[in-house]
Design a protein around this ligand. Structure first.
Ligand SMILES: *Cc1c(COP(=O)(O)O)cnc(C)c1O
Length: 362
């Protein structure tokens, strides 16, 4: 079967080098070889996340850690910021964990604004705040720096940030921003196969977690910390993912993080230019567009042209590339193109050539 290259916003295309690393022979997860592997990655991960805290490896997709954060850290009430499918779901997950939760909902396509959060936190009801930095379902990036600055006025509220589809594509400085939990799944901007998440937790969040009686085991942050001190994980990790992550981190630092960030800005701008060239506008509010994907408006909002997305997607796929036909309630009235991971101007141009050809008869 011919391979269709992924340009959907996760999972993204995984390189042959990464798969090679993935296939190294197994080792024991309590042995020195594994500890050495983690010890090599730890400072790289700390640099990437901008932290002196230990970075943890969780053999789960991002939702495991997202749910874990709620279970470890919410005792009073959590404010869930909602601006798309994933952030909307986090509110639902909080309630499923039996927590008191309040929705801060804005329309899909709008960012979360610091003023809105301020008004809610000022009530004094909350001890945790969840934010999705880059809402992948509708391609919106919320102003993390402004929200982090505001959050400093509420030290009793723990700040839980999902950077699943943005971490590695732009700098996120955990310590400097005063974040309490920062997490990412690795099948998005890291360009690894799905199944591993990385996250870090502040000292105050760890202290709070230690008091939570019903935090469970698999996602117990205290267990992660205890094991990370010895370069280990609480339970048997996907060792293959750890090999692949290590190879990937070496690639990031060989390229240079600043170069990596610039490359994402460039390939994202190229995608925006493609959309504009074909008469489309973007779905998100102007100024809050993601830099790892474009959510292209196709009738969800007034303005811009519309096409038959199913046809477009099929014609692009026939040429060997998979783009996304829109998520949830904006399926078909938007479509999404990812520039996450290893994509370069050259590789994006191959995609755009296929998309240009697919657009011709539409
Ligand atoms: C993909 C995604 C998730 C969920 O990831 P899973 O791998 O399905 O657990 C959460 N948040 C964001 C922003 C995402 O893009």
């Amino acid at each position: 079967m011919a391979h269709v290259k992924l340009h959907i916003p996760g999972p993204v295309e995984v390189s042959p080098q990464t798969f090679q690393a993935f296939c190294r022979p197994m080792i024991g997860h309590r042995g020195q070889g594994f500890k050495d592997l983690v010890a090599t990655m730890q400072p790289q991960l700390q640099t990437l996340l901008g932290t002196k805290q230990l970075v943890y490896l969780s053999t789960s997709s991002a939702w495991g850690v997202m749910e874990g954060a709620v279970r470890n850290l919410v005792s009073k009430k959590v404010l869930n910021c909602m601006c798309g499918a994933f952030s909307d779901k986090w509110f639902d997950v909080s309630k499923r964990c039996g927590k008191e939760a309040e929705a801060l909902q804005v329309p899909w396509g709008s960012p979360i604004r610091a003023e809105e959060i301020d008004r809610r936190l000022a009530t004094g009801q909350f001890d945790a705040l969840t934010l999705i930095h880059n809402e992948t379902s509708c391609g919106v990036m919320s102003p993390l720096r402004e929200i982090a600055a505001l959050k400093r006025n509420y030290p009793e509220v723990l700040f839980i940030v999902d950077a699943v589809s943005s971490l590695t594509a732009l700098p996120i400085a955990f310590d400097e921003l005063g974040i309490d939990v920062l997490l990412a799944g690795t099948q998005k901007a890291f360009a690894l196969p799905p199944g591993l998440s990385v996250f870090t937790v502040s000292a105050s969040a760890l202290a709070k977690a230690a008091l939570a009686k019903d935090r469970g085991y698999y996602f117990d942050f205290v267990e992660f910390q205890k094991n990370a001190v010895d370069n280990m994980t609480p339970s048997t990790p996907s060792i293959s993912h750890c090999y692949a992550l290590s190879a990937k981190l070496d690639e990031f630092f060989a390229e240079g993080l600043e170069n990596r960030y610039a490359r994402h800005r460039q390939t994202n701008q190229m995608t925006r230019d493609w959309a504009a060239r074909h008469g489309f506008n973007l779905f998100p509010e102007v100024g809050y567009e993601s830099i790892t994907l474009c959510c292209i408006n196709n009738g969800a909002r007034p303005g811009g042209r519309t096409v038959d997305v199913t046809q477009l997607q099929k014609r692009v796929k026939d040429q060997g590339f998979l783009i996304d036909g829109g998520y949830g309630k904006i399926k078909g009235t938007t479509f999404r193109v990812s520039n996450m991971g290893d994509e370069t101007p050259e590789s994006m141009n191959l995609l755009f050539a296929a998309m240009d050809a697919a657009m011709k008869p539409l």
